[in-house]
Design a binder for this molecule. Structure first.
Ligand SMILES: Cc1cc2nc3c(=O)[nH]c(=O)nc-3n(C[C@H](O)[C@H](O)[C@H](O)COP(=O)(O)OP(=O)(O)OC[C@H]3O[C@@H](n4cnc5c(N)ncnc54)[C@H](O)[C@@H]3O)c2cc1C
Ligand code: FES
Length: 341
């Protein structure tokens, strides 16, 4: 059986046949960071220092640059021989590694499902029992009641409100969770949630912050903004919010009111499809609007939204001079997934 050595902790464990690097670690009560477990979120990106792996399943969370830097997805990589894997890219501490997986299932009930636009809803769940501590930017996996399907959604609420879960969900005509929300999610309905996962979070630095949201991608950024307003954040924050039409923008009043509590706050809604003659905001693709605005080396950038938006924004940001290591994102990749073991 192949042996995996985890650096920088110099700790090794064996993987069984066809077991991924991640599954092997979890089976040995060790933690590697993970989220979706199916190659969709990129949370489990680690560096393969030695050995070889078979990359199975979907691995669209890896970019060409990641591959050039020998990054692999621990959840989607089955070792073919003894391997050395460096987990530094996931910022995992040695204590966390040895403490094992602290994410767990939480039972919740639906409090409300509120329509925000024609295809975006705010979903509020109340946690029954223990609170779920989390960091603004993290996400959860939600079991769809009555099925073995799981869907990934970012937490939109402030971490101070850890007795509840708020999600901002894009509704797809043929989406499984979307269908549940449309038909069955009456108040009181039980929903099991697993988490929290992910390492998108506000980094400590002196740099001003640029946030870029597309569609329901506002969710984790809203959690960060709500947290900033609560904590008295003192760095300038600029938010770009891309939507098709004015009717597709939502929670604008709340964003504006959070902005009034932050120093040096600027909000730029950008419409890509149609706008009235009096529209005061930006127009065109949100990425083009940001390119015109000129982000600089000085910024920490947080972005969330559909994968094409991320794919367009990251090269634009780096071309504009933002350091790749100062760009943090979750791409909202679609998924079909079974309930985690
Ligand atoms: C880290 C992370 C955080 C996320 N946070 C959010 C969030 O806060 N809000 C949000 O709205 N979304 C978020 N997403 C995306 C969300 O998990 C997916 O869009 C999810 O698939 C929606 O579930 P659904 O059941 O409504 O639709 P699904 O049943 O998953 O279908 C969604 C669409 O994708 C298609 N589809 C389904 N499966 C696949 C597949 N395997 N390959 C290609 N296409 C497929 C369907 O035909 C449909 O058009 C996040 C994703 C990730 C990875
Ligand atoms: S846990 Fe590996 S890509 Fe999501």
């Amino acid at each position: 059986m192949p042996r995996i050595t985890i650096e920088p902790f110099a700790h090794s464990y064996e993987c069984e046949d066809a077991e991924s690097v991640l599954e092997g670690a979890l089976r040995h009560n060790l933690l590697l960071r993970y989220g979706c477990k199916h190659g969709g979120c990129g949370t489990c990106k680690v560096r393969l220092v030695d050995g070889d792996v078979d990359e199975h399943g979907s691995s669209f969370a890896l970019t060409d640059e990641d591959r050039a830097e020998d990054l692999i997805l621990a959840c989607a990589s089955v070792p073919l021989e003894d391997c050395v894997v460096d987990v530094s890219p996931t910022e995992l501490s040695e204590d966390e590694f040895h403490s094992g997986d602290t994410s767990r299932p939480y039972d919740t009930v639906v409090e409300s499902v509120e329509t925000l636009t024609t295809d975006i809803a705010a979903v509020r769940l109340r946690i029954i029992g223990d609170r779920m501590p989390f960091v603004a930017g993290q996400f959860v996996n939600v079991e769809i009641p009555g099925s073995r399907l799981v869907r990934t959604f970012s937490l939109a609420n402030c971490p101070a409100d850890d007795d509840r879960i708020e999600l901002i969900v894009k509704l797809y005509p043929d989406g499984a969770f979307s269908q549940f929300l449309r038909s069955d999610a009456v108040p009181g309905t039980g929903v099991r949630v697993h988490g929290p996962y992910g390492q998108l979070k506000m980094r400590l630095s002196h740099r001003p912050v640029l946030m870029i949201a597309g569609g329901s991608g506002l969710a984790p950024l809203l959690s960060m903004l709500r947290d900033c307003a609560t904590q008295g954040f003192d760095r300038p924050v600029t938010v770009f919010f891309g939507a098709r039409t004015e009717a597709d923008l939502y929670l604008v009043e709340e964003i504006t009111s959070i902005g009034e509590r932050l120093r040096g706050f600027a909000f730029h809604p950008v419409l890509s499809q149609s706008w009235g003659p009096d529209w005061p905001g930006g127009t065109g693709l949100v990425t083009d609007a940001i390119a015109r605005w000129s982000p600089t080396l000085a910024h920490d950038v947080y972005l969330c939204g559909p994968p094409p938006m991320i794919d367009a924004a990251v090269p634009m940001l780096t071309a504009a001079g933002v350091r790749p290591r100062n760009i943090y994102f979750d791409a909202f990749t679609p998924a079909a997934q079974t309930v985690p073991a």
